[in-house]
Design a protein around this ligand. Structure first.
Ligand code: ZN
Length: 112
């Protein structure tokens, strides 16, 4: 078996250099994979902790709904739409009002 004419042996050192480059790339990949695994497990750990803190130890007491008038609903609508309404009770009250007041629902939907 004869070698094709175009074939020429690799210059001395090139092969080992190539090997070295590949080796470095693989080491980099391994390091990156290790980092990804480490960060994802860290993320999972924090995610788990967040989930744990989010789970209430006792069932939440139902939010007491105070009926709001259309006027109040209008007044709070902007904050409600902007999501800046701090009180859960107020939010729920508006929600409940929107559910049964077509006029305010229209206004809400026009601005949502
Ligand atoms: Zn209304």
């Amino acid at each position: 078996m004869s070698e094709p004419e175009s074939w020429s042996p690799c210059p001395a050192g090139e092969l080992s250099q190539l090997q070295e480059t590949l080796h470095q790339q693989r080491a980099k990949l391994r390091a990156r994979r290790r980092f990804l695994i480490a960060s994802s497990s860290a993320l999972a750990a924090t995610g788990g902790m967040v989930a744990l803190t989010l789970i209430p130890s006792s069932p939440p007491t139902p939010v007491k709904l105070t009926p709001v008038s259309c006027r109040e609903a209008h007044d709070l609508m902007t904050a409600y739409l902007a999501g800046t309404l701090k009180s859960d009770a107020k939010r729920s009250s508006i929600q409940a009002h929107l559910d049964r007041c077509p006029g305010c629902k229209r206004l809400y939907e026009a601005n949502a």
